[in-house]
Design a protein around this ligand. Structure first.
Ligand code: HEC
Length: 175
């Protein structure tokens, strides 16, 4: 199980890197000036309190609809590789991680943010990628160094979506 989880993590990180290459390549030239000026382009400094990051990254406000799209996107968030959730339109969902349904009832917004930014800080053995960490990672291709998988706005969007998932898996079951 542990080694399967590790394999899946390696596959997920590989796929995330590829997704990053595809997503970044066409728009990189025109975006780069604007991006380097924006705080969202690199991982932000954040304040951890126990197992939570209480304040929104960069003071940004998340949009739950955008967050849902990121979570369901198999190139962007890749969450459904490991997690299932309330996504009736998604045929294949993961089963190696907790169902995301009810996540907003199980965790505070700050706890969800911590899990999204750097789940490995809470559980070093987790297969969950650290979506907004750029320090202390092994074998990151030069093009991705100092670039988090999800930027600060995307993290806030996903957190806003997860915070709204108040019903547990039982209530989400399809007929
Ligand atoms: C490679 C597998 C993997 C991917 C990809 C992944 N996770 Fe996770 N996630 C896990 C595992 C495993 C846990 C259980 C916690 C642990 O391992 O410490 C977890 C825990 C969580 C939790 C806490 C769950 C709970 O209610 O107890 C949330 C919320 C979460 N993940 C959200 C996400 C979101 C959103 C994404 C996509 C942006 C994502 N995860 C991508 C593996 C993954």
């Amino acid at each position: 199980m542990a080694s399967r989880a590790r394999d899946i993590r390696a596959a997920a990180l590989g796929a995330l890197m590829l997704a990053g290459v595809c997503a970044q390549a066409p728009s990189f030239a025109q975006d780069s000036a604007q991006k380097s000026a924006s705080p969202a382009a690199s991982a932000l400094v954040y304040d951890v309190r126990e197992d939570a990051i209480p304040a929104p990254l960069g003071g940004l406000t998340g949009d739950p609809a955008r967050g849902r799209a990121i979570v369901a996107d198999r190139q962007k968030g890749l969450c459904l590789l490991c997690h299932a959730g309330p996504f009736p339109e998604q045929r294949f969902q993961g089963d190696i991680a907790p169902d995301l349904a009810g996540a907003g009832a199980r965790w505070s917004v700050g706890q969800l943010r911590m899990r999204m930014v750097d789940a490995a800080r809470l559980n070093p053995a987790t297969s969950m990628p650290s979506y907004h960490r750029t320090q202390g990672l092994a074998r990151v291709a030069p093009a991705f160094q100092a670039k988090p998988i999800l930027d600060a706005q995307e993290i806030e969007d996903v957190v806003a979506f997860l915070a709204g998932l108040r019903d547990g898996p039982a209530a989400q079951e399809k007929p």
